[in-house]
Design a protein around this ligand. Sequence first.
Ligand code: FES
Ligand code: FE
Length: 415
Amino acid sequence: MDARTEMLKLIRNRRDGFSLQQPFYIDPDFYKLDMELIWYRDWLFVGHNCEIARPGSFFTVQVGDYPVVVVRGRDGEIRAFHNSCRHRGSRVCNTERGTSARLVCPYHQWTYDLDGKLVFARQMAENFDKADFGLKPVACENVGGYIFICLAKEPADFAPFRAMMEPYFAPHNLVDAKVAHESTIIEKGNWKLVWENNRECYHCAANHPALCKTFPEAPTVTGVNGAESDPEMLEHWAKCEAAGLPSRFRIDDAGQYRATRAPLLRDAVSYTATGRRAVGKNLSDRVSTDRIGTLMLYHYPTTWNHILGDHAVTFRVLPISPTETAVTTKWLVHKDAIEGVDYDLQNLIHVWTETNDEDRRIVEENAFGIRSPAYEPGPYSELHEGGVIQFVDWYAGFMEPRLSEGERPVLRSVA
Ligand code: FES
Ligand code: FE
């Protein structure tokens, strides 16, 4: 049986409320199907507008087999291109980030304008037409300071996501932020294990001593069920919405993205050891209250986020192999905040640096145990792991029709 048929069979026969079968977490062919049917098809968060604030600023990102460069043009527009030279395919930009008036391929110096047009190619044949050899564009959108790309030839409509998310993000003015710190860790586990771990706080009390000082482990906060009947959440939403901050729980029909605002514990206003603010300057001049808790956004398969009054912590997930996943964390502060004056960097990054490392260890242990021939899917806690059930249901619901696209129609026998 080929991998596609096998995966489809396992998805159709999976037990609701249970973790997935072993091949979903370790099998290279299943991984290829994940890449092809999700990662090469859907909108992916890659970075922030503020990281490429000036014309000519760019960053690169690798999504599976695809190297991509994201660059701000002279007109201020943000565009993405396949980072593969139209001469003989070399990577044009081979650094993580930079600023350049034009994109020059290091191999034979073919030179592209910031909008991807080929403007210089030395000593080519007379009939060579530069217009035929621009960098290939990648679909690129940005909303609320977040840049998304989509590798599909016909990307899904970005408008519904924009419409839902923009009101939540606009007040926080992340376009005018700056990245105070960035870290990338490689977790030795399949990307879905990284997500499963993220979508519950069943593990928090025993594993996250620093985070648990400020972040509630209540399933109404971390999951997708019951927030509307939690009086604390209702009160928090009412208070924040009265202050002009959209806060109520919202999720799209497919369950791919969700936003909600949640209070932090007791008097905490930020993710610090004391719960006191980490940055003296508010992230946004438009958000006056600092008792706004955290605005949480996830968008499968690439990002989860916490936006606070004084800073934001954003996360990007990128699969490296069937059993390795890169998690990039960025701490955003107001663009005018000065390290050593408005914030102490160690104080700012301490809680999530610790938490990330704790989560890495958890994911790696999870992955290790799943490799055992004795592993079999186990039941999620409905109370605490509603978010994981939702993630796995989303995954199965997304994959099933995509896997069956190539299926031959079943011919019914006529009696
Ligand atoms: Fe880029 Fe030759 S491969 S200039
Ligand atoms: Fe965790």
